[in-house]
Design a protein around this ligand. Structure first.
Ligand SMILES: [Zn+2]
Length: 287
């Protein structure tokens, strides 16, 4: 964040999901952004986001500056990849399937699919990350909706990436177009804006909506749109107990403390724990 200044941002006027004007401010953050919920579609979004230049600066060195900065977190993320991979591999036989990961980062998650015998491809915006991923996979660099991609896929993945896509609907639409019939769209590790913890903790949520994490989605919001695109919800899940981030007793105590603060109208000034419906995992099938 310290590489960014005011010239690297732009303001958002209307709801980027439905175009609505009416909204409710949930909180303001330290970067002078209003995080708001659209009254019409319930998308939670930041009214201040990175502009073209800001995007480039932020994402080009994301891998070293943000993602791999903390070794313990990186290790836990690898465990999480495995959990999410096991989950999706029970729904699709991956052998010889065509798999595309949108926002694939360094390709670490894709690696699990390659090991299972799938043919793997990625799309990545960041410079460092795409160079790393290219060592193992065919990578298209840039913004997914603007890239011409030949061929179709059996599985398209957005892992922890949909909240960073400036035009998320365009991304989802293109993904649905690129799927084979009966192909699977797998959206996972995206913050759930309708979760108890997001509502309570706001800017202290695990992954709060912010000037770089623009959106908070929910299952019904995405499901309604995918239905319009000819897909159906196959299943959804909120990973928590099985994750390396869970410490159930402690987490419940922290949430209870937050509820107490909320009832007393006190500002919740401590961080949200991992909890039951914090993160979305959604699986859709193209009809
Ligand atoms: Zn809206």
């Amino acid at each position: 964040m310290n590489r960014l200044d005011e010239t690297h941002f732009k303001r958002v006027e209307k709801c980027p999901w439905c175009g609505g004007n009416e909204k409710r401010i949930l909180y303001k953050n330290q970067y002078d952004a209003c995080i708001q919920e659209c009254n019409h579609c319930k998308l939670v979004y930041s009214d201040k986001i990175l502009n073209e230049q800001g995007l480039e600066i932020y994402w080009n060195s994301y891998l070293s500056q943000v993602q791999n900065k903390d070794t313990l977190l990186t290790q836990k993320r690898m465990e999480m990849y495995d959990i999410e991979f096991q989950f999706i591999s029970r729904l699709i036989d991956l052998k010889d399937k065509e798999v595309l990961d949108i926002g694939c980062g360094s390709g670490a998650f894709l690696g699990f699919f390659e090991d299972a015998g799938a043919n793997c491809y990625g799309v990545e915006y960041g410079d460092e990350a795409s160079k790393e991923a290219e060592k193992r996979f065919k990578i298209w660099k840039g913004e997914f909706p603007k890239i011409e991609i030949e061929g179709k896929f059996d599985l398209i993945i957005f892992r922890g990436s949909l909240q960073y896509c400036i035009n998320p609907k365009q991304y989802l639409k293109k993904a649905m177009e690129l799927l084979n019939k009966d192909g699977i769209l797998f959206i996972t590790s995206s913050p759930n804006a309708q979760s108890l913890c997001f509502k309570l903790f706001k800017e202290n949520f695990t992954l709060p909506v912010s000037v770089t994490d623009y959106y908070g989605f929910s299952e019904p919001l995405i499901t309604d749109y995918i239905k319009m695109l000819g897909g159906r919800l196959l299943c959804y899940h909120y990973f928590y107990e099985e994750t390396p981030y869970a410490d159930m007793e402690e987490d419940i105590m922290t949430v209870a403390k937050a509820i107490e603060y909320f009832r007393k109208n006190l500002k919740i000034d401590f961080k949200a724990p991992a909890f039951y419906d914090n993160m979305l995992t959604l699986v859709y099938q193209k009809s």
